[in-house]
Design a protein around this ligand. Structure first.
Ligand SMILES: Nc1ncnc2c1ncn2[C@@H]1O[C@H](COP(=O)(O)OP(=O)(O)OP(=O)(O)O)[C@@H](O)[C@H]1O
Length: 453
């Protein structure tokens, strides 16, 4: 891999790496870039900005993590920078850079000793160096249309990580993933999620500030735990999906009456995973071709939601071609959608979750319900006593009250959605008044039902 990377690297990157390597490891006479050294499971992974250097005569492994590598999404460099910044005391944070002349490209790499730091992780010593190269270009030159161009100096930076060769697996399997996870968690903490809505052929983003979380969602506790565990397992299963040759995606079907929290659960999932939501309005999509374009524009780490799937698609027309042509060109068909879920999906990005919601599961085409299509079917039901307690806590911060028992008994005898209970609870800021109001509401509902009977 390193050889392939080298081939494709920009010349400047190549030069800085060579210079940096020779300075940083002056004891090394030969650097051998070993193509097959990096474990295969890492090879296509995130560490694409890494060059591996190993001297046959040394017991040291050296990695160069390049900030500017065109292959690198900068993730590992930034992650390591952030990690080291938290490790190094402010007094030694210096980077000495000097420059030689203004003739063509010249380098002067300075490895300030203050920039070296030793990190001890799980008892292993990792040595880190900051390497900075100031590239001074010809400051004046004429471009191909004859105008004078002033080129600015650029600074190229990389990080050099060295440890004993015997810890090579630990570096790739534990140490670097640890640094990356830490960085991802840090970034996610302050990230504002987005909600994308499809308008014609494009996605329009708005900020997503939905307050729903798994704490506030009112549903069966056991089911809630199962969903959370399933999501957690999913995000940690990249290698697993790869090893079984399946696309890294998961499908959830949320069904139940209106107002039972299906949309709220989607928002809770997004907040839990820190994923953006793509709210796919199928009725706005002209045909399968447009659908494909939209789907290809969805980034990784996102939730794609198709609400009320039973109303969004003309199930019965799905495979009937129209007289003057293929139905593919006329409308979005179920087969077009399924193609995306199963087939096309695999080739466009990864780490995606698709959620279909419906009020009427029985109206769905069996093709959608077939095993393996929607991995988990989640029923969002009427308000149970347990769900009521969550709502009472959400709206009034009370986890117990003399009226709870009576309300819970009535909830067992009637079908009320969490949305209705929430509405009653919001009628007053005073918990006593709100709970009394809810009790009366439930009593009326039950007596009306009895009268009708
Ligand atoms: N299970 C729940 N937990 C917490 N709040 C809920 C729940 N169900 C409903 N609510 C409240 O009711 C409002 C409407 O719920 P939501 O839109 O999530 O229901 P839905 O099942 O998606 O409805 P629809 O099928 O009509 O789209 C929410 O904004 C929330 O305040």
């Amino acid at each position: 891999m390193a050889l392939e990377n080298n081939k494709a690297m920009g010349s400047s990157t190549k030069e800085i790496l060579t210079t940096a390597a020779s300075l940083a490891a002056s004891a090394m006479l030969f650097h051998t870039v070993i193509k097959d050294f990096i474990p295969s499971k890492i090879r296509n992974y995130i560490f694409k900005g890494i060059k591996y250097l190993h001297d046959h005569f040394s017991s040291e492994l050296t990695l160069l993590i390049d900030e500017t590598d065109e292959y690198s999404p900068n993730t590992i460099y930034q992650a390591a920078m952030s990690y080291l910044n938290s490790k190094i005391s402010p007094s030694v944070k210096r980077l000495r850079v000097s420059k030689l002349g203004i003739d063509d490209i010249k380098f002067n790499v300075s490895l300030d000793r203050g920039q070296e730091t030793i990190d001890v992780f799980e008892g292993i010593q990792f040595r880190w160096h900051f390497v900075s190269t100031q590239m001074s270009k010809n400051s004046r030159r004429y471009n191909n249309i004859g105008s004078l161009q002033i080129e600015e100096d650029t600074e190229l930076r990389c990080l050099e990580l060295t440890c004993n060769i015997k810890h090579k697996d630990k570096v790739f399997d534990v140490y670097l993933p640890f640094i990356l996870d830490r960085w991802t968690a840090l970034k996610n903490k302050g990230r504002t999620l987005k909600l994308f809505i499809n308008e014609r052929k494009n996605w329009s983003p708005v900020k997503l500030h939905h307050p729903a979380t798994f704490e506030t969602i009112a549903m069966d506790m056991e089911l809630k735990r199962t969903v959370m565990e399933d999501l957690t397992k999913f995000v940690q299963s990249k290698d697993y999906y790869k090893s079984i040759g399946k696309a890294w995606k998961r499908g959830y079907l949320l069904y139940g009456p209106p107002g039972t929290g299906k949309s709220s659960l989607v928002a809770a999932m997004a907040n839990f995973l820190k994923y953006d939501i793509y709210d796919l309005e199928l009725t706005e999509v002209k045909n399968n071709l447009s659908l494909r374009g939209l789907l290809l524009g969805i980034s990784s780490r996102s939730i794609i939601v198709v609400e009320d799937i039973d109303c969004s698609i003309t199930m019965d027309k799905r495979d009937i071609p129209t007289k003057d042509g293929d139905c593919e060109n006329k409308t979005v068909t179920l087969s077009g959608l399924l193609n995306f879920v199963d087939g096309l999906w695999s080739s466009c990005g990864e780490e995606k979750i698709i959620v279909f919601t419906t009020n009427y599961k029985e109206r769905l085409d069996p093709a959608l319900l077939r095993p393996g299509r929607m991995d988990m079917h989640i029923y969002m039901g009427y308000c149970s006593p347990c769900a009521f307690r969550t709502l009472a806590f959400n709206y009034h911060n009370v986890d117990d009250h003399p009226l709870f028992e009576e309300i819970e008994a009535l909830l067992k005898d009637t079908e009320v959605t969490p949305a209705t209970v929430a509405e009653e609870l919001m009628r007053s800021v005073d918990a006593n008044v709100a709970l009394q109001g809810l009790l009366q509401f439930l009593q009326c509902k039950i007596s009306d039902a009895n009268e009708t009977k």
